[in-house]
Unconditional design. Sequence first.
Length: 84
Amino acid sequence: WYWGVWGGTFVLSYGAIDLGGVDVMSIMMKLDVWTGWDISANIKPEYGKIGLALALNEVLEPIRLPVVIMTVKPVMDRLFPPKF
C-alpha cells in the first residue's frame, strides 16, 4: 500500500512540474550557485524534471506517511478480507 501511494505522489508531482511549466534548469542553476557545483550544465532537462519530482516526493513524506499508517488497515481489509 505504501509503495502504491508513493508512486502515485511521484506521478502527481512529475505531472504538476511538467504541466505547470516549472523551469527546472533555472532551479538547477540556483542550486549550482548555492552549492558551487555545475550540475545544470551536465544534466538533461527531462532528467532534471525527474530529479525534482523525486525531491518533491520526499518532501511530501511527512504528510504521506501518517495518511498511509491511518489507512493501511481499512485498505488491507478491503483488498484481503479476513477469512474467519
